[in-house]
Design a binder for this molecule. Structure first.
Ligand code: LLP
Length: 420
């Protein structure tokens, strides 16, 4: 069995009961299904079979070593956006050729680190960054493999404006109208080998129109760049594949695959894709215990041991995450499911119809494998929770629960004072 389902009434992750995981790892914890991740990788890889391609998992969605190990073993590469993510990728055994390096505000040391790691491609987002990269590459005595991250300025429709990136005026990428000039500059600069065009138009894209319109612009641009002498070898169509959080449909991978592979094939280039959420969102659940059930005014609150510090998405994006009790559901209740943090915005769900849940019971907050743990914080001095990987009937804590000592580890109680 893949993912989360009931066996004899009780919620399991693959073959392991969530109750047993709560006993073994404590709560709150993030629980991930390795089988779901493998299955989704295999399905996407198959959907791209019509073109030479490589899938680069966008590590920002979940950078856990346990998850990286599963994807690396499946044959996946990674897309990283910081020196820290590059460090994590290398530590997990990815080699330079497995790694794309992106990001809107790369620092000089990060460019140096990317070149030292011999990454497959550095996706550059501005003329100024291109000039800096040229200087860094020359100083390091290497040639940087470069992609131009273009903002194709297409109509992006998705769940929240915070996660749209490819419309006119967004901070990301080189405006499509400027891309040819920047491309020509790339051809003239030392230490730069222009090899790719790249876009990422947004996240959670239920309509594929932005992929069609965006890749069409990348194809046009690549042709013009080729005419100008650029040996374009790759097209990177970014991430953004959506996942169902409530009753939406799973994305039509065949339709998506047809769009992006046709674009790459029309140029005869290798297709690169960078989805993050698609692989890991549904593979994860946040396991939390109800500490108190409180009736106040005309409202019922389920006060849990997890909140916005563990899962920011409900409070930050008004995101919906399905919640269910681990035990056999009985009865009915409408409640706000909230955390212990001293903020009214600290909630996992508002006015949610649930079974009749009581203090002491366990809840699973679903579809939280992407942008869950990675966006967690120490606010209210709350140590980060463990990450648990389940594989068939086995499970392991792949990231330990932080301790109170971890919260103060970097503080210096007797600092060295210097004179200004
Ligand atoms: N490539 C680039 C350049 C990106 O900026 C992103 C995500 C991805 C790939 C992967 O996108 P995905 O396939 O996961 O949609 N924290 C937000 C999502 C922010 C996405 C940022 N960029 C959330 O919780 O919904």
């Amino acid at each position: 069995m893949l993912g989360f389902a009931r066996q004899d009434g009780e919620l399991h992750c693959e073959e392991v009961s969530m109750e047993a995981l709560a006993r073994g790892a404590g709560t709150p914890s993030y629980v991930y299904s390795a089988g779901v991740i493998r299955d989704r990788y295999a399905r996407l890889d198959a959907a791209l079979a019509a073109a030479p391609h490589r899938v680069h998992y966008s590590l920002k969605a979940n950078a856990s070593r346990g998850i990286l190990d599963v994807l690396r073993a499946a044959g996946c590469g990674v897309d990283v956006v910081s020196g820290g993510e590059l460090y994590r990728a290398l530590r997990a055994g990815f080699r330079g050729e497995d790694i794309l390096f992106g990001g809107v505000g790369k620092q000089e040391h990060e460019l140096r680190e990317a070149l030292a790691a011999d990454v497959k491609l550095i996706n550059v987002e501005s003329e100024a960054e291109l000039r800096l990269l040229s200087r860094v590459a020359v100083a390091s005595g290497v040639v940087a493999p470069v992609g131009l991250r273009v903002n194709p300025e297409v109509d992006v429709r998705n769940a929240h404006h915070y996660i749209a990136t490819g419309a006119r005026g967004h901070k990301f990428g080189i405006p499509v109208g400027d891309a040819l000039a920047v491309g020509k500059l790339a051809l003239s600069l030392p230490g730069i080998a222009l090899q790719a065009v790249d876009m990422h138009v947004g996240s959670q894209l239920h309509s594929f129109e932005a992929y069609s319109a965006g890749t069409a612009r990348l194809v046009d641009l690549s042709r013009t760049l080729r005419d100008a002498g650029a040996p374009i070898r790759y097209m990177d169509s970014g991430g953004g594949l959506p996942v169902p959080y409530s009753d939406e449909e799973e994305p039509d991978l065949a339709a998506y695959g047809a769009i992006v592979t046709a674009a790459a094939n029309s140029l005869g280039v290798e297709l690169l894709v960078e989805p993050g959420r698609f692989f890991v969102a549904a593979a994860g659940a946040l396991l939390t215990r109800v500490l108190y059930r409180k009736e106040t005014g005309n409202k019922t609150y389920l006060i849990c041991d997890a909140g916005m510090t563990e899962l920011l998405r409900p409070s930050h994006y008004d995101a919906f995450h399905r919640i269910e009790p681990v035990a056999t559901p009985v009865g009915e209740l409408v409640a706000d499911v909230v955390g212990p943090v001293c903020e009214s915005g600290d909630f996992l769900a508002l006015d949610r119809a649930l079974p009749d849940v009581h203090a002491g019971e366990l809840l699973a907050v679903h579809t939280t494998g992407a942008y869950g743990y990675v966006m967690s914080s120490h606010y209210n001095a709350r140590p980060r929770v463990p990450e648990v990987l389940v594989d068939g009937s086995r499970w392991a804590v792949v990231t330990a629960r932080e301790t109170y000592a971890d919260l103060v580890r970097l503080e210096d109680p007797s600092p060295t004072w210097r004179q200004g």
